[in-house]
Ligand binder design. Structure first.
Ligand SMILES: Nc1ncnc2c1ncn2[C@@H]1O[C@H](COP(=O)(O)OP(=O)(O)O)[C@@H](O)[C@H]1O
Ligand SMILES: O=c1ccn([C@@H]2O[C@H](COP(=O)(O)OP(=O)(O)O)[C@@H](O)[C@H]2O)c(=O)[nH]1
Length: 238
């Protein structure tokens, strides 16, 4: 069995993935399964930072679409990511690996506030880092937060665990004839306007030469498989 291909990775976890079969919120069974995979990867010796999404709780654009205030909606979305991060920390902790939540928005009663130097200290202490609050700014996404933190933390790769098992010629949920790419460049994703990740996140990864690997977080063992260079995924690099 090959060991991990990477020394330090940023795992972007879709908020919606944490819902399991529910229509809203957090399914503890799913959180426990993902936590177990993170712990397995940690035991391979990989340094892991996680950025959690919040789409299972709140999306600012939905508020705006109904005539509400986008900025307030986005802050609610960021708070949703803090809820997910706390649930994941508790699940990883319970499996015997220390984990810490670092939020872009200060909520000192619940978690630490992110600083790059503080986060590096936690890596040196062999902890799993869980980044909450996205970038801390409205009008951004947690994908952009993931690309930003991957650059700040010097990660070798950004692994996007999402609803689909890679990047397709079109959204596979809408177009059943769409076919999956094995490999693409960041520039091709932008030029073809492939919507699996927002353009700001892809551009930031491109400018910092960070490969992005898109895989399905719904398949058990997929995170560790990707770390070992196995399983179904699309690599965006070059
Ligand atoms: N070209 C494409 N290839 C793959 N997925 C795509 C593509 N275009 C749109 N999508 C959609 O993008 C979704 C992933 O993006 P997003 O909803 O932001 O996920 P996440 O919640 O993981 O951040 C997939 O579930 C898929 O339906
Ligand atoms: O830097 C950020 C990250 C997130 N959000 C808000 O938080 C919500 C949840 O994040 P996202 O949609 O990226 O979650 P995911 O799709 O990964 O579950 C977004 O819709 C935004 O409203 C934001 O305003 N700024």
């Amino acid at each position: 069995m090959p060991e991990a291909l990477y020394r330090r990775v940023l795992l972007k976890l879709s908020g919606e993935a944490l819902m399991g079969d529910r229509t809203f919120g957090i399914d503890p069974k799913v959180v426990n399964r993902i936590a177990a995979e993170i712990v397995e990867a940690h035991r391979l010796g990989v340094e892991i930072a996680v950025v959690v999404g919040g789409g299972n709780i709140f999306r600012g654009v939905s508020v705006a679409a109904e005539g509400g205030d986008r900025t307030t909606g986005d802050y609610l979305g960021m708070l949703g990511t803090v809820m997910n991060a706390l649930a994941l920390r508790s699940a990883v902790d319970r499996l015997g690996v220390p984990a810490v939540v670092l939020s872009a928005i200060a909520i000192p009663a619940l978690c630490e506030t992110f600083t790059q130097r503080g986060a590096m200290t936690h890596f040196a202490e062999n902890k799993v880092l869980i980044f909450a609050g996205g970038t801390g700014n409205p009008f951004f996404t947690t994908d952009s937060g993931a690309a930003l933190r991957a650059a700040e933390m010097g990660c070798d790769a950004l692994l996007k665990g999402t609803q689909v098992d890679g990047v397709y010629t079109a959204d596979p949920k809408k177009d059943p004839t769409a076919t999956r790419y094995e490999q693409l460049t960041h520039q091709e994703v932008l030029a073809k306007n492939l919507q699996v990740m927002d353009a700001a996140a892809i551009a930031l990864a491109r400018d910092n030469r960070i490969p992005v690997i898109v895989f399905s977080v719904h398949e058990s063992g997929s995170f560790v498989d990707v770390l070992r260079g196995r399983g179904r995924s699309t690599t965006i690099a070059g």
